[in-house]
Design a protein around this ligand. Structure first.
Ligand code: UDX
Length: 431
């Protein structure tokens, strides 16, 4: 059993804290957002993540997880301190590490005895060097510490599973003591654990996420070619995926990737490369293709409706992916901005994400169910592949639509069946 502090109660920090508590450790989760901490103490989770509310309630009841506003108090009562605060992208793509620096300084001030500071947030390589330097400048002379990198590979919507049953654990350390502590901490998790140096561990995270984003942009580029030559990108992806060197996952063409990670991590990796004298053209192309997919889908809508002013468009799916309420960098936000700029009338439905979108676009019509979003629409636009949309009564949908246009930006339907049902169907790279 270890005494752990997790600084940052966001998607990464709260899942990390709850799962470490579930594994029998004594965990304090800290956040400077007092409202969030008060809500968490009442068992209210500030975002949707399947299974997290029940898990937090369980470990709080068992007193293995508690919440605090104070980094000082949590530092004193812990030996391992995970830094899990946000590292958002700045305008030029560089990761904003000001929150990481701020919490590191507070930890350093509060340190009375040995502490292991662990980077859990996604940070650019060389951040570990900065952490060491920051702590050395602030800490009391006789206090010993280590820094380690332990990047997370949590996917929103399956974060708890990804934590407890990871395909691999990455640990970057510089001392035997730090390596031993983290080896013991992760012992209950049956997964390969790769011990490496801090810089390599930091780079594994950026390189992994950027590779996944590249795979998505690659199949999206192929979808553009499929459209031009009359091939079907889902068939192409299926044929590709049998090769274990390519593999089946992350070959779903669509409106492109969003979320709080891929856009930020790719931009940070491009920036970091440039800072170190390498022009990462490959990733710049990945970013460009991802933006082009939004335009590609927008053009399909225009091809159907010609003009958009006062045209009623139904939208199913607002979150950046299914099983989350997260709309950060969601393609839906970008394409709705374009539709609204041409004065289309939007009626939308999403199982989880409407609350967040209402803050951005209060003027939209928010529907209680997917069928209400279809009612009298001249076109139906599918933006997120929620399971419930795959099971819709399409005959009922068609009856509700004023015109049978359906733009499927996540390729959840089969073109042949849609045409048989009388839809004028537009997928992405489908035929
Ligand atoms: C990602 C990484 O998968 C995870 O390992 C990392 O820790 C955090 O970032 P997440 O952003 O939650 O996780 O979602 P993910 O399931 O990876 O999807 C990212 C985006 O790619 C979504 O917008 C999704 O719609 C899109 N995507 C995914 C595709 O467009 N096509 C695909 O085939 C797969």
């Amino acid at each position: 059993m270890k005494r752990i502090a997790v600084i940052g109660a966001g998607h990464v920090g709260l899942v990390t804290a709850a799962c470490f508590a579930k594994l029998g450790n004594k965990v304090i989760c800290v956040d400077n957002d007092q409202k969030k901490i008060i809500a968490l103490k009442k068992g209210i989770i500030p975002f949707f993540e399947p299974g997290l509310e029940e898990l937090v309630k369980k470990v709080v009841k068992k007193k293995t997880l508690s919440f605090s506003f104070s980094i000082a108090e949590s530092t004193e009562n812990s030996e391992i301190i995970f830094i899990a605060v946000g590292t958002p992208a700045q305008k030029d793509g560089e990761a904003d590490l000001s929150a990481v620096e701020a919490v590191t300084s507070e930890i350093a001030k509060a340190m009375q005895g040995y502490k292991l500071l662990v980077e859990k947030s996604t940070v650019p390589v060389l951040t570990g060097e900065w952490l060491k330097r920051t702590v050395n400048l602030i800490k009391k002379k006789n206090v010993d510490f280590d820094v380690a990198a332990n990047p997370e590979f949590l996917r929103e919507g399956s974060a708890i599973l990804d934590f407890l049953q990871p395909e691999r654990i990455i640990v970057g350390t510089e001392s035997k003591r730090a390596k031993k502590l983290l080896a013991e901490l992760y012992q209950p998790i049956k997964a390969p654990i790769i011990f490496t140096d801090i810089k390599s561990a930091e780079l594994i995270k950026h390189a992994s996420n950027s590779f996944l984003a590249a795979k998505i942009s690659y199949i999206n580029a192929v979808s553009q070619i499929c459209e031009k030559v009359g091939a079907d990108v889902n068939q192409v992806a299926q044929g590709m995926g049998y090769d274990s060197r390519i593999a089946k996952k992350f070959l779903s063409a669509g409106i492109g990737y969003g979320g709080s990670c891929f856009p930020k991590d790719v931009a940070a990796f491009v920036h970091l490369a440039e800072e170190n004298g390498y022009d990462f053209n490959l990733l710049k192309a990945v970013q460009k293709i991802n933006q082009e997919q939004i335009d590609f889908v927008f053009k399909k809508i225009k091809k159907c409706l010609w003009t958009l002013r006062n045209k009623r468009i139904g939208i199913l799916g607002l979150s950046f992916k299914p099983d989350t309420d997260d709309i950060r960098e969601a393609p839906s936000i970008k394409i709705m901005e374009k539709l609204l700029s041409e004065e289309a009338i939007l009626q939308v439905y999403d199982p989880q994400a409407m609350k967040g979108v209402k803050k951005i676009f209060p003027e939209l019509t928010y529907c209680k169910n997917p069928y209400a979003a279809c009612k009298n629409a001249e076109l139906l636009l599918i933006l997120t592949e929620w399971e419930e949309f795959k099971r819709l009564d399409l005959k009922r949908v068609k009856k509700l639509l004023q015109k049978p246009y359906l733009v499927d930006a996540r390729n959840i339907y089969e073109p042949k069946r849609m045409k048989q049902l009388g839809f004028i169907y537009e997928g992405v790279g489908r035929k």
